[in-house]
Design a protein around this ligand. Structure first.
Ligand code: TRP
Length: 428
């Protein structure tokens, strides 16, 4: 049984050390565990709710994609995509909107906070509130429910949204009498809330106390660390390490012996300046190599686009069958099956990719995938049993990751092309 995780990051800014320690690093580590399937995406539709600067949305999406990849996300294991590349998400959003109680949305934290601020300022309660902000939790429910994940790793501020997704899922299942949606569970990392910012409060854009992750390079990291607030004890004076921002940040990157050492040395009088140098060294040892990859990725957005398109194709192969069931369930139906309405022409049939299974002179079983024109896309390794080859084909058709199947791509063929062909098969 595989466990599925799904999480998104809103594309309105760049990521900081707190995002890395609290969200990216644990999510990437989890994605490498056996039996885990991960769906990570850039929530750019959510970005539009908070930001109407197109250049910023675009740039942030690029930065977040590059950050995931630079931090070690393996796109063969993880389905990485842009929310707006999946038309199934807004489609599902509408189906869910129609079973969501308005009163429930009135209680959403983000909306309530906006209303409270308006009332406090003597404004109309809904001043400046868009329908996007109001419906934010429904879009988020669609992101989640489309993939039926078991767990959704998020910060504490998002837990209410996961609960709303569960409610909406339940209401849909109940209204249309089926187990369409699994009820997802929020997963909050204790660590996620812990990393303090420069002034000791939680590290957050809104407090302007962040340590940037990659942007601004080594220099920005050094400058941010220099701004960490400490007490005014001089070098040589004993210092209390526990509870300090500096030590908390150091702990997030250091080994156990390094953690013990910095505590002992601070107690023995290590200067804050030297301690900051230690902090810089441990942080940079981990993220320095990632920053180099980040810069390379940012300089080659086309390469990232290929990865995102392959991710979107994989995600859509998962999403389209569920959405077809949902449309059927709610009554969005054709008058007659498509195939009967419009018999396929010879040409349309020929344009579909096909799997071919066969046995070689060596007595073993193989399959290959041909594109609509009959060109070879991939070739399997040999199987001892015909039914093993058949089962592998079935798994691929059902959306299993290519990386998990024993096969090689034909020369010059990219993963993205194969994903697109599999999507075309699923659509057909
Ligand atoms: N709302 C989330 C945030 O601001 C981002 C997000 C959008 C998300 N869709 C999601 C997180 C689905 C988890 C699952 O942090």
């Amino acid at each position: 049984m595989t466990t599925r995780y799904l999480t998104g990051i809103t594309t309105t800014g760049t990521l900081h050390l707190g995002n890395y320690v609290g969200a990216l690093r644990p999510a990437i580590a989890a994605s490498r565990q056996p039996g885990v399937e991960s769906f990570f995406f850039m929530a750019d539709y959510h970005g539009l709710i908070k930001c109407d600067d197109p250049a910023r949305i675009e740039r942030s999406t690029q930065q977040i994609a590059a950050t995931w990849l630079a931090a070690g996300l393996d796109p063969e294991r993880v389905v990485l995509y842009r929310q707006s590349d999946l038309p199934e998400i807004p489609e599902l959003t509408w189906l869910l909107t129609c079973v969501t109680a308005k009163g429930q949305m009135n209680r959403a934290h983000a909306y309530k906070a906006a209303v409270d601020a308006n009332v406090a300022a003597g404004e109309d309660a809904d001043a400046g509130v868009t329908m996007g902000l109001y419906s934010y939790p429904i879009l988020m429910a669609a992101d989640i429910l489309l993939f039926n994940p078991h767990f959704v790793p998020v910060g504490k501020d998002q837990v209410q949204h996961i609960e709303m997704a569960r409610d909406v899922a339940q209401r849909f299942n109940h209204t249309y009498g089926g187990e369409f949606f699994r009820l997802p569970e929020a997963q909050t990392e204790a660590e996620m809330e812990l990393l303090p910012g420069l002034d000791g409060r939680k590290m957050s854009k809104s407090y302007d106390n962040v340590v940037p992750l990659f942007e601004g390079g080594e220099r920005a990291l050094r400058e941010a660390i220099a701004r960490i607030v400490t007490d005014s004890k001089l070098p040589g004076e004993p210092k209390q390490p526990e509870g300090t921002t500096l030590v908390a940040l150091h702990d997030a990157f250091a080994s156990a012996p390094q953690r013990a050492a910095i505590r002992a040395e601070l107690r023995a009088g290590l200067g804050w300046g030297d301690a900051k140098q230690r902090l810089f060294d441990v942080v940079n040892a981990e993220i320095g190599p990632m920053r180099a990859r980040y810069d390379t990725l940012m300089a080659d957005p086309a390469q990232m686009e290929t990865i995102l398109q392959a991710g979107a194709a994989r995600a859509r192969r998962e999403a389209t069958p569920l959405l077809a069931r949902l449309r059927e369930a709610v009554g969005l139906r054709r008058f007659q099956p498509l195939a009967a309405a419009a018999p396929q022409t010879q040409q349309a049939r020929a344009a579909k990719p096909t799997f071919k299974q066969y046995r070689e002179a060596d007595g073993r079983f193989y399959f290959k995938l041909l594109d609509g024109q009959g060109a070879l896309l991939l070739q399997s390794a040999p199987f001892d049993q015909g039914r093993e080859a058949g089962a592998c084909v079935a798994r691929l058709k059902a959306g299993a990751p290519l990386a998990d199947a024993p096969l090689t791509l034909a020369e010059g063929v990219t993963t993205a092309q194969v994903e697109a062909a599999l999507q075309a098969l699923a659509d057909a």
